[in-house]
Design a protein around this ligand. Structure first.
Ligand code: T46
Length: 133
């Protein structure tokens, strides 16, 4: 599975403006159990700094932009989420960090599981050990 998995969202625009639809089982390759969004991120703040054991997520900046750092223990990538039509699928053991939020950034995330703190690996060395297993 490649580290960076883009999901192109179709823009349905007309003279009134733009609309993007995200459909369970069609656009999103997992059952959606939770949705959350991150906004109002203060200047200079970075978020994330963890991996998930089982969670799958689809993330898209529906406004503004942020830089997503991904790391699967072997490969690292920095990708801009800077369009409401550019979503990223994050699955498997992937360390993620979000940086450089624009003041208007709204990062929407669709998740495959309910919130569960025990699914988080928040220590980088523990993440590397988990990858090696
Ligand atoms: C991820 C990145 C992209 C909840 O109570 N329910 C939730 O569904 C979430 C996501 C968070 N929380 C609580 C847990 C913390 O007390 O909200 C607080 C902030 O969460 P956290 O520090 O984990 O936020 P980020 O931005 O570092 O990470 C979040 C997600 O937690 C994570 O799964 O992949 O966004």
């Amino acid at each position: 599975m490649s580290l960076v998995q883009w999901v192109e969202l179709k823009e349905m625009g007309d003279e009134r403006g733009s609309l993007v639809a995200i459909e369970a089982a069609r656009t999103v390759p997992f059952e959606i159990m939770r949705t959350y969004f991150i906004y109002g991120t203060q200047p200079g703040v970075s978020r994330g700094f963890h991996a998930h054991r089982a969670l799958k997520q689809l993330a898209v900046c529906v406004a503004g932009r942020c830089l997503m750092h991904l790391d699967n223990g072997k490969e690292k990538a920095d990708v801009w989420l800077d369009s409401p039509t550019k979503a990223i699928l994050i699955e498997g053991l992937v360390w993620r960090e979000m940086h450089d939020f624009s003041p208007d950034c709204v990062l929407l995330v669709l998740a495959s599981e309910h919130y569960d703190e025990s699914d988080y690996i928040r220590d980088y060395q523990s993440f590397l050990k988990a990858v090696q297993k």
